[in-house]
Design a protein around this ligand. Sequence first.
Ligand code: PLP
Length: 387
Amino acid sequence: MIPYGKQSISQSDIDAVVDVLKSDWLTQGPFVPRFENKLCEKVQANHAVAVNSATSALHLACLALGLREGDYLWTSPITFVASANCALYCGAQVDFVDIDPSTYNLSIEKLSDKLEEAEKSGKLPKIVMPVHFAGQSCEMDKLYSLAKKYDFKIIEDASHAIGGKYKDHFIGGCQYSDITVFSFHPVKIITTGEGGAALTNSDELADKMRLLRSHGVTRESSKMAGQCQGGWYYEQLALGFNYRMTDMEAALGCSQLERVDEFIKKRHEVASQYNTALQGLPLVLPYQHSDCYSSFHLYVIQLNPTATSVQRQSLFHKLREAGIGVNVHYIPVHTQPFYEKQLRLTGALCHAENYYRNAISLPIYPDMTSLETGKVVECLHREFVDD
Ligand SMILES: *Cc1c(COP(=O)(O)O)cnc(C)c1O
């Protein structure tokens, strides 16, 4: 089976992890701060807080921004459930903004209309979370203007998007946001096994996230409420968690980060092969906004229902039968049974639902060969022969 995504592990990645295993520190050693510094250098942010998953990073980001009961977080329905769950962890509620039908990112027009309505009813969100779908940035300059106008905070869910750019800056620099979150799950752009990070330019937000990452406990005397009583002494200042990343993971992250540009270049090569070879089929190919350099975490095609009678279900099935590990990203979060039960949606999400009916993610990963790309292309052409 050709998978839809796959990590690329080199001998230096393996050596980096083995070296940590032979060292004195498996966790809380030198590699986590080293990885954090490398992330900051790469994307030009002041702080990076490495954690055990993007889900944990999203949770910490919400807590650091003070999200709590009575508050709203708005995000896109076309995302992984973790983007919404983090609001509920904090006792807040979630609402969804429909997507832009060309980029599949949260629609700025829909957001603007929804904010205008919410202002009238006194239910403005505390946080808006754009998700850089497939690695293509949202229109952050416009989102930032809306944040100033309506006084909300921005967390970028950039789980797909490390190495991608918006207006010539790497995503993660937080020019237009309070916090940006990356995922290092193996299907994402670079991996640490499990892992994530929250980036910010704010000293205060970084301090809060660092404290909460490790039980709410500090060993720094300058941060203590009372007197430091000796070398053993620590203080718990808040209710935190154990969301720490290990040194094996961070060492893998350091090594993987060296290759992020190469990974994305390869992903672009696969995408451009698809773009050329799938021309003329009744498919909608990924639209690229001129402000964006996508990391191409996903290559999503949509069936064009006005041009073909082929249904997504049967195309999916046939591709899988042919050994092509296609997938669907994502089932709209608001249609999940857990959310359906409790949501009080304040608007239709037609573009998201329409997108979901027709979307399929094709295999894309750095080590994909042109033979493999060719096989995917050939299968797709075969499905539309009699159409
Ligand atoms: C993968 C993903 C997450 C969760 O990442 P983990 O590191 O697995 O916790 C969150 N949001 C989006 C959009 C994702 O794709």
